[in-house]
Design a protein around this ligand. Structure first.
Ligand SMILES: NC(=O)c1ccc[n+]([C@@H]2O[C@H](COP(=O)([O-])OP(=O)(O)OC[C@H]3O[C@@H](n4cnc5c(N)ncnc54)[C@H](O)[C@@H]3O)[C@@H](O)[C@H]2O)c1
Length: 364
């Protein structure tokens, strides 16, 4: 596989390392020469032992175009759509867009989806948790007989974002990046939208369908410059009537990344980082009281697993992947609906027949 990665920052390094671990060729594009230098001399060698001399780096004006199997967009969310559309235009076989998929205006989202479909380019989103081993185990457990009728679903990604700034020592705080601006895809609702996406994924797995109704309360930090939600509490309902809760925040420490699928006869719980380097799936089902399964993994493993998934999906039916482009855009509609619900104090309905556009949302 030939891969081009936009963005030499934190995720660009993870994806470059994951691709190299699979022996794929990697080109990295970033307009900031300091970011390229930091990748070569600091982030990559610190995280993975040493710089990989086979990785080529480019300023955007010198970047190669055409012939890529996968183009990864690992830049700030408000630049994702334009870069993804350019990847479609250069006829990459597939494009992987990092989360959150775009800014909350969803500008260009539907156009990207249309152009990708027309050109036959497969689209993916970087919600890697749903294709991780622990989430797959949780899904298998839920689908095995025993849990009964699904009563409710709860997902929380509650994590103080100090760790993110520790991993970005060149940023002095949220004001220095999209993270401090909810409209650009920052704040708890954007940064921890892994939780919304995981909620939607589990809802699909149990036959609940898409989220059609969102009631939300957010809590903002505003000082005239920064403007982000530090807390996002959502009550979600799907087209089948499944009701549950999703919580995202950037204040909780120690962090809690957790999901629970509650059935009438038992439950399954998924915990990311239950212990250092260990995810856990716990199930209490009839005849299997507190069955605990642990999955040892590192953060780099998550991205290797994600790229492996993409390679396999490309060989079968990419549109059916749980990280297909459509799933990433559905998540953006729910996040945008949460903001509209908070602003209006009303419940927001999502009408998917209108497309991935703000007009799909209506406060009722
Ligand atoms: N899937 C995950 O778990 C995960 C983890 C980390 C980050 N992310 C996501 O990845 C994205 C980037 O985050 P990050 O932490 O790597 O940010 P970062 O600030 O570390 O790096 C972003 C890089 O993109 C570069 N860039 C900006 N515009 C560009 C353009 N037009 N072309 C090429 N490069 C450009 C910047 O110069 C910068 O070096 C965000 O959407 C973030 O949420 C996802």
């Amino acid at each position: 596989m030939r891969v081009k990665i936009y963005g030499a920052g934190s995720i660009g390094n993870h994806l470059a390392h994951a691709a190299r671990s699979l022996d794929w060729s990697v080109d990295v594009v970033d307009p900031d020469p300091r970011a390229l230098e930091r990748m070569r001399n600091s982030i990559y060698p610190t995280r993975y032992g040493k710089w990989d001399e086979t990785i080529r780096q480019f300023d955007p004006k010198d970047q190669p175009k055409g012939g890529y199997d996968l183009v990864c967009v690992g830049t700030p969310p408000d630049s994702h759509i334009a870069l993804a559309r350019s990847a479609v235009a250069e006829r990459a076989r597939a494009v992987l867009v990092e989360k959150p998929f775009c800014g909350l205006d969803l500008d260009g989202a539907q156009e990207l989806a249309d152009e990708a479909a027309k050109a036959g380019v497969a689209g993916f989103v970087g919600y890697d948790h749903v294709v991780g081993r622990a989430a797959r185990l949780a899904c298998d457990t839920v689908l095995a007989p025993g849990i009964g009728e699904i009563a409710t679903l709860d997902v929380e990604f509650r994590e103080f974002w100090g760790g993110i700034f520790a991993a970005h020592p060149w940023l002095s705080g949220p004001a220095d990046s999209y993270l401090g601006y909810w409209k650009r895809g920052g704040g708890a609702s954007g940064e921890h939208s892994h939780a919304t996406n995981l909620w939607q994924h589990f809802a699909h797995v149990v036959g609940g369908g898409r989220v059609v109704s969102v009631q939300a309360t957010l809590n903002f930090v505003r000082d005239g410059t920064i403007d982000y939600d530090r807390l996002c509490l959502m009550t979600l309902e799907t087209e089948s009537g499944l009701v549950g809760r999703c919580v995202q925040d950037v204040v909780t420490q120690p962090p809690r990344k957790w999901a629970r699928i509650q059935g009438t006869e038992g439950f399954v719980e998924w915990t990311c980082g239950h212990a250092p380097g260990v995810d856990q799936v716990e199930a209490t089902l009839p005849g299997r009281i507190s069955n605990v399964q642990r999955v040892a993994k590192t953060r780099p493993d998550d991205f290797i697993e994600e790229l492996r998934h993409i390679e396999q999906a490309l060989a079968s039916d990419p549109a059916r992947s749980p990280i297909a482009l459509s799933r990433g855009l559905d998540t953006m509609l729910v996040v945008a609906a949460a903001h509209l619900s908070h602003q209006t104090g009303r419940c927001v309905k999502i009408d998917y027949s209108k497309g991935w556009v703000p007009a799909a949302l209506a406060a009722v």
